[in-house]
Structures are given as structure tokens and as C-alpha cells.
Design a protein around this ligand. Structure first.
Ligand code: 0GY
Length: 290
């Protein structure tokens, strides 16, 4: 593991918030273990190992029922650890893979059978080299027959330039971490307004109200991120997802307590109805019922 980065919390607190029965952690990862699933030579960072068994134990400890496991850039297009975790979890997990345009129909079918329901397009420069748009369009066409969606991870400053491309993809899009707003700017900043308008104008666009630990300037309190997530949950109650982001790769400032992250949920989704949509109905609709 890179020495600048912190490992995940060894002993998270038990959340006070009790998630409704059937809740889904819709953004988390498995890393390695490296001796079984080596990290990719093209990776930009080396995380600490975070195994499927540790993920499933955390799920149970936090009072959740299911996971959506997202392929992270340290494994690049080698989805073996992801598929292994999905095959172990069976109906209790779904996945989002990372593929290039050489992917074949048979490989996609194998992934689909394991529980993959989407691919991730990563635009974050510290995590990946840039990919030509034609490659993304080619992948989008290959996955279309499977009914998969596309998860996009980008920096807020890049949204304006990306919007025409995202619209042209013409499929369900899930934006990671609320489009990564700069919380210092406040919810009225044009960058966040652009993101809210983008969701308002395109009803095929969803987002994850996740990652307060990355966005906050007030760790480990996260209160500064709440207005952003709450705005999105209240405006788009049927198109928001929540996730722990465990094991929190690339954290340099503090080690997030996953129990505390769960306790942010009632601040961003204040009613039982909003909580049920965020934690059960929306992820079940997108990952299990399609
Ligand atoms: C996240 C976290 C990050 C890393 C990745 O693909 C990745 O490697 O997603 C990050 O450093 O922001 O969960 O999105």
C-alpha cells in the first residue's frame, strides 16, 4: 500500500441510525487481496487489501443487506476480484465493471451472469489516463443489449465540457459522488447549480449522494456536505443512491468511520419515505429489477 494513504477503519462504530430492512450499500469496492488478485500494472495508486469477506462483514455490522461493488482504477480492466466477490455473494451483490472496447459479447455475458449491471467511465485525472470518446461510445453500444447503465466519475470543473457527451450516450447515467462539488463554494455556486440543472433536464441521470469523507472540509463531522446531498435527495428522490465508499482509497487526511457515515443518512434523507427510496427502492430498481 502507498505510504501516503491511510488504511480503512479497523473498528468502525455501530451506527445509531438503523437502516431499513433490505438496505443497499451502492458504492463500495474490493481490493485484492494482492496475492490472489494482483493490482493492475497501469494503476495510479496501490491500496490496502480489502477483501470480499471484510466487505460482507462490514455490510452485516452496519445493518445493511446488499452491496453494489464498483471496480476501482487500481484493478483497471481486470475484473477478477469483482467477479469473485459477486459470485460469492450471489443475489446479495451486484457490480459495476471497468472494461475497454476490446471486450467481447461472451465476456459481457459472463459478467452479467455474475451480477454486473453497469460499467464505469472514469474521468478523474489523478486516477486514470484519458480515453478517447470513440472508445466510450463503442463500449456504450456493446453493453446496450444487456440493459446496463454507465457510472461516471468526474471532477466538478469538467462537467460543462462533458455534458454534450453524456447526453449523446443516450442511456442511464449514474454520477459518482454528486459530481464532486467543492463544498467551500456552497450549494448556490454555479458549478453545483449546473449539476442540479443537468439532473433536472435529463431524467435518465442518477447520482450517488456519497463520499462526504472526500468532499468535506470539516472531517470527521461532514456537516458541510449535508446541504448538497439533501438538495439532491429532495429534488430527485427516485434517482439517488447511497454508498459507504469502503474501503475509502486514497484518503490522506482522516480515516472515515463507516458507522459515522451511516449516521449521516438521516441528515440527508430526513423522512422514512426518502430513506426507503434512497436505500432500497432506487438501488433495487437499477441493479436487481432490470
Ligand atoms: C471512489 C474512490 C476513488 C478511487 C476510485 O477508481 C478508483 O480508483 O474510485 C477516489 O480516489 O476518489 O470510490 O470513487
Amino acid at each position: 500500500m502507498d505510504k501516503d494513504y491511510l488504511p480503512f477503519h479497523p473498528n468502525p462504530s455501530k451506527p445509531s441510525f438503523k437502516a431499513p430492512e433490505g438496505a443497499v450499500d451502492a458504492h463500495c469496492h474490493v481490493f485484492g487481496p494482492a496475492d490472489q488478485f494482483p493490482y493492475h500494472p497501469k494503476r495510479k495508486y496501490t491500496p490496502c487489501d480489502a477483501s470480499k469477506d471484510q466487505l460482507f462483514a462490514l455490510r452485516d455490522f452496519l445493518g445493511f443487506s446488499r452491496n453494489v461493488i464498483v471496480q476501482a482504477s487500481c484493478h483497471s480492466t481486470d475484473n477478477a476480484a469483482l467477479l469473485d466477490a459477486l459470485n460469492t455473494a450471489g443475489d446479495l451483490a451486484r457490480g459495476v465493471a471497468f472494461v475497454d472496447d476490446t471486450i467481447t459479447e461472451d465476456e459481457l455475458k459472463e459478467m452479467h451472469d455474475a451480477g454486473v449491471r453497469g460499467v464505469r467511465f472514469n474521468f478523474v485525472k489523478r486516477l486514470v489516463d484519458s480515453t478517447p470518446k470513440e472508445v466510450f461510445f463503442s463500449i456504450a453500444e456493446k453493453i446496450r443489449p444487456f440493459g446496463w447503465h454507465i457510472v461516471v466519475y468526474f471532477e466538478a470543473a469538467d462537467l460543462e465540457e462533458l455534458i454534450p457527451f453524456l447526453v449523446e450516450l443516450n442511456t442511464t447515467i449514474v454520477v459518482d459522488h454528486m459530481g464532486t462539488p467543492s463544498v467551500a463554494n456552497g450549494v448556490d455556486h454555479p458549478d453545483f447549480e449546473r449539476f442540479v440543472n443537468f439532473m433536472a433536464d435529463n431524467d435518465n441521470v442518477w447520482c450517488k449522494v456519497s463520499c462526504p469523507e472526500r468532499l468535506t472540509l470539516q472531517a470527521p463531522d461532514y456537516r458541510d456536505v449535508v446541504p448538497f446531498a439533501k438538495t439532491l435527495v429532495e429534488k430527485f428522490p427516485n434517482r439517488v443512491l447511497w454508498g459507504t465508499d469502503w474501503p475509502h482509497p486514497n484518503m490522506k487526511t482522516h480515516v472515515p468511520d463507516d458507522g459515522h457515515l451511516v449516521d449521516v443518512i438521516p441528515m440527508i434523507a430526513p423522512t422514512e419515505e426518502l430513506q426507503k427510496a434512497l436505500l432500497i427502492d432506487n438501488p433495487m430498481n437499477l441493479y436487481w429489477e432490470k
